[in-house]
Design a protein around this ligand. Structure first.
Ligand code: FES
Length: 67
């Protein structure tokens, strides 16, 4: 499972670390009880649904992906 770290300041930011071949569905409605991952709660509210992310290959050394 992906590692994640969420910090709450003026603007919340969550960093998700994925490994090659890993696939996760991320919440965009902010209602998930398992944030940042979608738990299906978006079905109860109007707004954005989830987005699925798949890592196709390993990042080059020194680069960093931020969601
Ligand atoms: S629970 Fe938020 S998008 Fe699914």
């Amino acid at each position: 499972m992906a590692d994640h770290e969420t910090t709450w300041g003026d603007h919340p930011r969550t960093t998700v670390r994925l490994r090659p071949g890993e696939r996760v569905t991320l919440c965009r409605c902010f209602q998930s009880k398992n944030f940042p991952f979608c738990d299906g709660s978006h079905r109860e509210v109007a707004g954005r649904g989830p987005v699925t992310v798949v890592v196709l290959q390993e990042e080059p050394s020194g680069s960093r992906g931020v969601i």
